[in-house]
Design a binder for this molecule. Structure first.
Ligand code: BES
Ligand code: MN
Ligand code: ZN
Length: 498
């Protein structure tokens, strides 16, 4: 999709604009938006509204052809709900509906003259991102393994956004495109099956990204991980025939002296549970257990395209969690890279075992902050459902600030998180009779005890943990990766550029 921005004076130039289609908003009280009024010189639009053919409810649409007094071939009326307050939800629903119609038009170009600046509590930049994200969502395909490909995106290929063409809006458009590309990149990696998206595949993907966007990249293999004494990470890969990969990506776009932001991704390319084997039904979805890693790669795709002026380092611990004669057994005790010993009471609580060593490794970068991203616990899905990513940090001034930055970025990007507690009390639940820590907590608060486990490995820097178990993919008929939390992370990083 090709996007551009152009300022149309709604009172004159919109009516004479040459275009395949102009999308304008109408409201539930049968009122027309200013752009709709501009196209209504001969009363065709008010007549359509009066006829009751469109209700104005969010997402309702009516396509009019050859509207008297309008040069464009079509006018698409898009319901946006109540006139007084266009909510984020009704705007998004309207935009998605408009883009769906665009996809089935016999026209190649269109103008979006929906009220970009009138969304409640949102600015023009948000509205631009909303349109771009919806367009990219509509174009996403994951059919590389299908012999008969899904129908290619059709209809409108060129969209002109009716908005003030300033440096700010042009910048917002470029950022929106980069973020949407990054999040589709993440979706694609997530949707690939585990026999293709292996740890080696992720490492090669990181190398390719490094080539495309001039990142530094380093991939550590088993021998190097042994030398680093990553006994916890390595215990997870024991049962697998696929070699583990530890991936480090660097985008040093900031000043040399500035401490980097480090993103750490859980990259379990398939989670069978290991000897603590998972149940059969739905196990295919454990191919998504590398979505934390995929979101780091997608975020790098986005910041690479934006050439972000910030130092960012990505760290990915990638391996499979498989049962075998060599697999780690419940009760096994391992020594993590920072020296803490761990009694592995459940081999299915493997995410924290790979992350703890990656979090220790992150110390060497003297980070400004570290954010880990992981499909860590089913309990997080119970706690928050599929709307919010779980956000966990300690609570002191520095951590409250980091948490607030992440929450705000999530809101801004419509990729929200919800803050959860980390308190000393939860550490009690991780006590082991035989080692420094057990890898599972006593019953209750599974998402929090998982975060509390990780907290033991993050004492040397400011850190946040994002549990994306409920938000990284969808189950059921619409099964597929969502690309979350790439918009949240990219926006968080963008906001950190001074
Ligand atoms: N990858 C899973 C978490 C998960 C499960 C995410 C289902 C999304 C949907 C993780 O490795 C896991 O298995 N966690 C266990 C932890 C338990 C054994 C303490 C879980 O959540 O059941
Ligand atoms: Mn598991
Ligand atoms: Zn897992």
């Amino acid at each position: 999709m090709d996007f551009s921005i152009k300022a149309f004076d709604t009172r004159s130039t919109l009516g004479t604009a040459k275009s395949g289609c102009i999308a304008v908003a109408v409201f539930e009280n049968k009122k027309l938006s200013p752009a709709a009024q501009a196209l209504d010189s001969k009363g065709a639009i008010s007549a359509a509204l009066k006829s009751g053919d469109i209700t104005g409810k969010p997402g309702s649409t009516l396509l009019l052809r050859a509207v008297d007094g309008v040069t464009a071939e079509r006018v698409l009326l898009v319901g946006m709900g109540s006139e007084e307050t266009v909510s984020e939800k009704s705007y998004t629903t309207g935009v998605q509906a408009a883009l769906k119609v665009f996809g089935s038009l016999g026209a190649a170009d269109a103008i979006i003259a929906l009220p970009l600046g009138d969304v409640k509590e949102r600015d023009v930049n948000w509205a631009i991102r909303c349109v771009v994200q919806a367009a990219h969502d509509g174009q996403y395909r994951c059919d590389s393994q299908k012999s008969k490909k899904d129908p290619a995106p059709a209809g409108v290929r060129k969209i002109v956004l009716s908005a003030p063409a300033t440096a700010a809006t042009r910048g917002a458009l470029a950022q929106a495109i980069a973020i949407a590309n990054g999040s589709n990149f993440t979706r694609n990696l997530g949707d690939l099956p585990a026999n293709i998206a292996t740890p080696t595949y992720l490492a090669n993907t990181a190398k390719q990204l490094a080539k495309d966007y001039k990142f530094e990249v380093e991939v550590l293999d088993r021998k190097q991980l042994e030398a680093l004494k990553m006994g916890s990470f390595l215990s997870v890969t024991n049962g697998s025939e696929q070699p583990p990969k530890f991936i480090v990506l660097k985008h040093m776009g900031g000043k040399a002296k500035d401490a980097p932001v480090v993103l750490v991704g859980k990259g379990i390319t398939f989670d069978t549970g290991g000897i603590s084997l998972k149940a059969g039904p739905g196990m295919d979805e454990m191919k998504y257990d590398m979505c934390g890693a995929a979101s780091v790669l997608g975020t790098f795709r986005a910041i690479g395209e934006m050439n972000l002026k910030l130092n960012v380092i990505g760290v990915i611990a990638a391996c499979e969690n498989m049962p075998s004669g060599r697999a780690t057994k419940p009760g096994d005790i391992v020594t993590s890279m920072n020296g803490l010993t761990i009694e592995i009471l459940n081999t299915d609580a493997e995410g924290r075992l790979v992350l703890c060593d990656a979090l220790t490794y992150a110390e060497r970068f003297k980070p400004a902050v570290v954010v880990d991203i992981a499909t860590l616990t089913g309990a997080c899905v119970i706690a928050l459902g599929h709307h919010n990513t779980g956000l966990f940090t300690r609570s002191d001034a520095a951590h409250d600030q980091l948490a607030n930055e992440l929450l705000a970025a999530g809101k801004q990007a419509s990729d929200t998180a919800w803050r959860m507690p980390i308190e000393e009390a939860y550490n009690e639940q991780l006590k082991s009779n035989f080692a420094d820590l057990g890898n599972i907590g006593s019953p209750g608060g599974g998402a929090v005890t998982a975060a509390a486990f990780l907290e033991n490995f993050t004492k040397k820097y400011t850190w946040a943990h994002l549990d994306i178990a409920g938000t990284a993919w969808k189950s059921g008929a619409a099964k597929g990766a969502t690309g979350r939390p790439v918009p949240l992370l990219s926006t968080f990083l963008l906001n950190r550029v001074q």
